[in-house]
Design a protein around this ligand. Structure first.
Ligand code: FAD
Length: 392
């Protein structure tokens, strides 16, 4: 998005998109869903249609890994090939899967899930995995639970170190709805357990948990969060603190270097402390703002965070920012299959997460954007429509 927006903003300027992978830029959300389920391939899930970048005048260099930035000479050094000079540089290097020391990437029967290559390798590993042993997913967050749902193996076990699943994004009560859906599919979710050690076995991997349990797994899938790819920025001396620090114009401390997406951390009025947002819509909108500004525009980024997750027939949607889920949520159920929990501070909805609410989450987004004041009574009363709460 940054490259396209930069070209659109200044069409006579050369825009070069460097990517370390040998693929057209692809969407990541399908990797843990339809790609893992074997229903689609990464190459059919492209961010823009084939040829569209070239048609827009953006030059694309694949297999072009940036290894260093020379800020004084405004050069990006590549692993292969001559350095590239820049007038303005956007760092949109994303994040990598957080690795567990006991389960290094590349160890036999240990799979991580971040890239298309990861998803395809995991799919292949699942095909070859012994059906007699469970697949074990480490991490009961969004990626781990999506993976457990998508692989469609009844004997899957999810291990979560915390006291509830999805603890970064919802209350334990809300998480229970999702956990129950997994259990009805035969997936077992064990809470409050972590892996103490792991060793390869003849047809899988043996893991010992910190409660002494031993599991012989066919395969381990690790989904314990992401870490921003900040090495380039750190080496270049840019301020980094769990992400490259940027202002609302996506600017780093160097006026010619911008950062956007999963790799950037910034202040926004929607979050009480500087936040690094790791979701699809943010990546699009933030990238767009960075591209416009890198090409000389003046767009302040001000989008309410949001994400979705698909697990079985459940569509989970969230909007706003949790701020650590400090206050007890207010819940509204509509029938058996629609549920939303609101997190409210000072009489205003700050965050909401739902299953089955569909387009009504757009209304909640507007409530957050407008700072609509609400009471617990009306929020929890399903007979009061959300549209009525929002007003016109
Ligand atoms: C499996 C998975 C499922 C997801 N599902 C959802 C979902 O359901 N809903 C949702 O809202 N969000 C979801 N997300 C999050 C969303 O996809 C990310 O927030 C988004 O992809 C971030 O975009 P980005 O461009 O910042 O980073 P990335 O998508 O990580 O892209 C960064 C790119 O930079 C490249 N790169 C990194 N370093 C270098 C270098 N030194 N030189 C050259 N290139 C480099 C990488 O190869 C990569 O192509 C999911 C993410 C994953 C991984």
């Amino acid at each position: 998005m940054a490259a396209l927006a930069a070209k659109r903003t200044q069409s006579d300027r050369r825009v070069l998109l460097l990517g370390e992978e040998d693929r057209d830029p692809y969407e990541k959300p399908p990797l843990s869903k339809s790609v893992l389920a074997g229903l689609t391939e990464p190459e059919t899930q492209l961010i823009v249609k084939p040829g569209m970048l070239a048609a827009a005048g953006v030059e694309v260099a694949q297999g072009a890994m940036a290894v260093a930035i020379d800020r004084a000479r405004r050069l990006v050094h590549l692993r292969n090939g001559p350095p590239v000079s820049y007038g303005a540089l956007v760092l949109a290097t994303g994040a990598k899967a957080r690795a567990l020391a006991a389960l290094p990437a590349g160890a036999p029967n240990v799979c991580y899930l971040r890239t298309a290559a990861d998803a395809l390798a995991l799919r292949t590993a699942l095909r070859g995995a012994s059906g007699r042993r469970p697949v074990v997913v480490v991490g009961g967050g969004l990626i781990g639970l999506e993976a457990a749902a998508s692989i469609g193996r009844a004997s899957t076990t999810v291990l979560e170190a915390g006291s509830s699943a999805l603890s970064r994004v919802c209350s334990a009560d809300f998480a229970q709805v999702v956990v129950d859906r997994h259990r009805s599919a035969g997936v077992s979710i064990r809470l409050g357990v972590a892996i103490a050690s792991a060793s390869p076995s003849r047809d899988g991997i043996i893991v010992q948990l910190d409660d002494g349990t031993v599991i012989e797994a066919a395969l381990l899938i690790v989904g314990v969060g992401g870490e921003p790819n900040t090495d380039l920025a750190i080496a270049a001396g840019l301020p980094v603190d769990d992400g490259i620090l940027v202002d609302e114009h996506c600017r780093t401390s160097d006026p010619s270097i911008f950062a956007a997406g999963d790799v950037a951390r910034f202040r926004t009025r929607w979050c009480r402390t500087p936040a690094r947002l790791e979701n699809w819509r943010h990546a699009l909108d933030h990238g767009e703002a960075a591209g416009v500004n890198a090409a000389g525009g003046d767009t302040a980024y001000d989008c309410v965070p949001s994400f979705w997750s698909d697990q079985y027939d459940l569509r989970i949607q969230a909007v706003g920012w949790t701020d650590g889920l400090a206050s007890p949520p207010l819940r509204r159920s509509v029938g058996d299959d629609r549920l939303i929990e609101f997190h409210v501070r000072d009489g205003r909805v700050r965050y909401a997460i739902a299953v089955g609410m569909g387009r009504e989450m757009g209304i909640v987004r507007r409530m957050i954007e407008r700072g609509t004041t609400v009471t617990a009574q009306v929020l929890t009363d399903p007979s009061v429509s959300l549209q009525a709460l929002l007003g016109s």
